[in-house]
Design a protein around this ligand. Structure first.
Ligand SMILES: Cc1cc2nc3c(=O)[nH]c(=O)nc-3n(C[C@H](O)[C@H](O)[C@H](O)COP(=O)(O)OP(=O)(O)OC[C@H]3O[C@@H](n4cnc5c(N)ncnc54)[C@H](O)[C@@H]3O)c2cc1C
Length: 411
């Protein structure tokens, strides 16, 4: 299990209490670092993140339509989050793990841990859209990035949208439990709204692997037909089988579709870091974490936990889910460090989607999950509510929800 590291110790002060190392400064990791320290101040918390600057994935669709500026997404400091919440930020990439001696290997040296949380998010899985060779995958990543992992992808997509001169702009919704169920439909609305406002003769072609819009279907269908009749063409039940990057053509089972530009969302899997560290469930089709689904520890190891979008649960892979789940896992860690335990409770998926950029109008969902102990499975609970009539208050709610998330993670 030991893998390549520098061999040297990371330059960190000596731990003043049980050391909790959290990997990944996204919605999950930032929340766990803050709340574990609050729950159990004796923890010496270190957040390890490979990016040196934060920029959120959530709300990035709004940037394409000019609703927000880049500062809205990126004006949040890892250093301030750590200082405000009494933990240490450590800028390094995790490369390996030795669970026997409880050592995490990073590009900046080894870190000893008492407890470890891995919250590394997702990786793309291009094989799910028929791409198996590294050459095509690289060409696709660079030419038509998905825009669901790295901020640099968002910059490329924004420039594509705002520089588009007309024609077909291709988007797609993959199959499986992909990151952020409503995001591909919200993105179609935001890009179409930009084309409409700028009077560009262009159409967003949204190819959906699924038989229908996967969440808030009534609200998105209404937006597509009432606001963007001439700007969005929605094609359900269409699975991408292959892509010809040079000819700008995708093949589905029955059709060959040519486009002028676009962003292609391949399938997703748990972060490849899980596989590297030996905590992936090889039987899981999305290669997510092999963990106890109620307590989040790796099976057989109550010192290592996996949270956020790398989890194997059927929850919506969203920031609000990751944030509320992280508060629960922080309590689990604090309890276990004191020889106690707590009861499971559900995370909450509150998710706003902007469907109109001018005037601002949104729709939303508020969901929790139930657990069936007999089948050991999770489902949407009965009190899940959809708010699908678009209006200005949910438009404003989209922005205030995001501001609340930043406040909760960074202040
Ligand atoms: C376009 C778009 C729109 C969205 N809209 C919404 C929305 O409206 N509402 C909502 O609730 N959610 C939304 N989401 C989803 C939300 O952003 C994610 O579900 C959420 O951020 C997942 O959190 P996470 O912490 O699991 O992963 P991430 O936020 O991806 O964080 C993972 C972190 O781990 C770091 N990392 C990975 N590997 C290593 C390593 N080896 N060493 C060190 N660090 C590492 C990464 O750099 C990253 O910072 C949207 C996402 C996208 C892309």
């Amino acid at each position: 299990m030991r893998m390549l590291g520098t061999g040297a110790k990371a330059k960190l002060p000596k731990a003043k209490g049980p050391r909790l190392v959290v990997v990944g400064g996204g919605s999950s990791g930032l929340t766990i670092a803050k709340y574990a320290k609050k729950e159990y101040p004796n923890f010496d918390v270190v957040l390890v993140e490979k990016r040196d600057m934060y920029s959120s994935c959530f709300s990035s669709n709004l940037w394409y339509a000019g609703v927000i500026n880049l500062e809205f997404l990126a004006d949040h400091s890892f250093l301030d989050a750590a200082k405000n919440n009494k933990y240490t930020f450590f800028n390094a990439t995790v490369t390996g793990l030795d669970r026997t001696s409880r050592k995490l290997l990073t590009t900046e040296g080894e870190i000893d841990y008492d407890y470890l949380v891995l919250a590394p998010g997702i990786s793309y899985d291009y094989s799910r859209i028929g791409v198996k060779d590294a050459e095509t995958e690289t060409a696709l990543r660079m030419t038509y990035p998905g825009g669901y992992v790295n901020p640099t992808e968002h910059v490329t997509i924004k420039q594509k949208v705002q520089g588009f001169e007309g024609g077909v702009f291709l988007l797609n919704t993959p199959g499986g439990n992909y990151r952020c169920l409503p995001a591909p439909y919200e993105r179609a609305c935001m890009i179409a709204s930009y084309f409409k406002k700028s009077k560009i003769k262009a159409k967003v072609l949204l190819i959906d692997h699924n038989p229908d819009i996967t969440i808030k279907a009534k609200g998105f269908h209404a937006a597509f037909s009432e606001l963007y009749k001439d700007y969005i063409e929605y094609k359900p039940s269409m699975e991408i089988k292959s892509v010809d990057v040079e000819k700008r053509t995708i093949k589905t089972e029955f059709d060959s579709i040519t486009f002028d530009d676009g962003a292609i969302y391949p399938g997703v899997r748990g972060s490849t870091l899980l596989e590297k560290l030996g905590v992936m469930d090889a039987k899981n089709p999305q290669r997510e974490a092999l963990i106890d689904t109620l307590k989040y520890n790796v099976i057989g190891d109550d010192r290592v936990y996996v949270t956020g979008d790398s989890r194997p649960h059927p929850y919506s892979k969203s920031a609000n889910t990751a944030n509320t789940e992280a508060k629960y896992v922080a309590k689990v860690l604090a309890a276990r460090a004191q020889g106690k335990d707590i009861e499971w409770y559900s995370p909450e998926t509150i998710c706003y989607s902007l469907v109109n950029a001018s005037p601002l109008e949104g729709i939303s969902v508020d969901a929790t999950y139930s657990y069936d102990a007999k089948t050991k499975s999770f489902a949407f609970s009965k009190d899940t509510k959809m708010f699908e009539d678009r209006d200005a208050s949910k438009g404003r709610g989209t922005l205030s929800w995001a501001k609340g998330m930043y406040r909760d993670m960074f202040s």
